[in-house]
Ligand binder design. Structure first.
Ligand SMILES: *Cc1c(COP(=O)(O)O)cnc(C)c1O
Length: 348
């Protein structure tokens, strides 16, 4: 595929990425601001995201597993750390022991495994109420983590994007843990947690979504800039005559004549069926609605309003994350991480 240019691309705004990180860093107050770059940088490409944020001053990165860590280790500059959120399985130990990345130990078994191997520097995740990953906050944690080379002790908020009592409950539990367990740093907040204020910041924050243009909280809406714009090329322009239908199962029937463009984009690229008859593209600010059902690799838009748009031209897909989430029934996270491997990723 050398030199191949795909008929669909993600236009990625490098200035917006850095500007979002800087805003989150300022909002984090005295705490350092890291970056969650798991799932290939939420679909944008973890290598480029890490390179750009390292250059901007970010020193703490988070991925999910050791496959992701291996791909990023060559980029690790002096003083930059990479933590592996899912800890270490038996299968990971050989790699983990000689890696510069640190595991985030999250089960008693992982702690025992790491200690038995003389593993050295590590992070620890404590569950404070989400009941997903982490040592149970009710357990005798001091005994469990004694003599580990503990760098960052962390927990994760279940409902940071909602005003619910659980946030304060988790925060109070985490403060108690901080009193009981010595670690170099303490870290609780994801993107939405940063917006909850200084009590939640501790020493290090871990935003993901908001770096990539997601709006985790209304307070961020004015400050977070969009980073990702999907663009697709027109494969065919055709005329729909009143009475014609379009696409699988003929869910749209024309009541008048339409001009239609068929785009090289579909649900296999993460443009899911929730956009059928609801999504839109735009050219020069003119909205071009999706007609009928999204196919695997194709979708039709109405270009009646744009006489000049022709086969081979590019259109930008409407993908403002909060609005697209409401429209499609997907979360902002799904909208980002679903963007498939067939997009060229082009940074500007
Ligand atoms: C994914 C993740 C984050 C980032 O969360 P966002 O909501 O995307 O900001 C932070 N911490 C942990 C443990 C995570 O798994």
């Amino acid at each position: 595929m050398h030199g191949y240019t795909a008929p669909l691309r993600l236009r990625l705004d490098g200035d917006a990425l850095v500007s979002n990180w800087r805003w989150l860093a300022r909002e984090s107050g005295a705490a350092a601001c890291g970056a969650a770059i798991k799932a290939d940088g939420y679909g944008l490409g973890a290598t480029e995201v890490m390179r750009r944020l390292t250059q901007a001053g970010c020193r703490d990165f988070f991925v999910s597993n050791w496959g992701e860590a291996a791909a990023l280790e060559p980029l690790l500059e002096q003083g930059v750390s990479l933590s592996v959120l899912h800890g270490v399985r038996t299968e990971d130990m050989a790699q983990a022991l000689q890696s510069r990345a640190r595991p985030v130990l999250s089960t008693p078994e992982q702690v025992a495994r790491w200690r038995a191997a003389g593993g050295g520097a590590c992070d620890v995740m404590v569950d404070t109420g989400m009941n997903r990953l982490g040592l149970d906050w009710r357990d005798d944690l001091s005994a469990m983590v004694a003599d580990l080379g503990l760098v960052t002790l962390m927990s994760h908020l279940a409902s940071a994007d909602e005003d619910v009592a659980l946030n304060a409950v988790q925060c109070a539990r985490f403060r108690d843990i901080r009193q009981a367990i010595p670690a170099r740093r303490y870290s609780l907040a994801n993107s939405a947690g940063i917006c909850r204020g200084a009590d939640f910041h501790f020493d290090l924050t871990r935003p993901g979504l908001a770096l990539y243009g997601g709006i985790p909280h209304p307070a961020a809406a004015e400050r977070i800039r969009a980073v990702v714009s999907p663009q697709a090329q027109i494969l065919q322009r055709r005329r729909l005559i009143a009475g014609d239908s379009i696409g699988y199962n003929a869910t749209f029937t024309a009541e008048r004549d339409h001009e239609v463009a068929i785009l090289n984009l579909g649900y296999a690229d993460g443009y899911l069926r929730g956009f059928s008859g609801r999504g839109a593209a735009s050219v020069e600010g003119v909205r071009l609605p999706v007609l009928g059902r999204v196919s695997m690799d194709l979708v039709a838009i109405d270009v009646t309003a744009m006489r000049e748009v022709a086969e081979g031209d590019w259109v930008t897909i409407d993908y403002a994350l909060p609005a697209a989430a409401i429209l499609s029934g997907l979360s902002q996270y799904e909208l980002l991480t679903g963007l498939g491997a067939r997009f060229d990723r082009v940074w500007h």
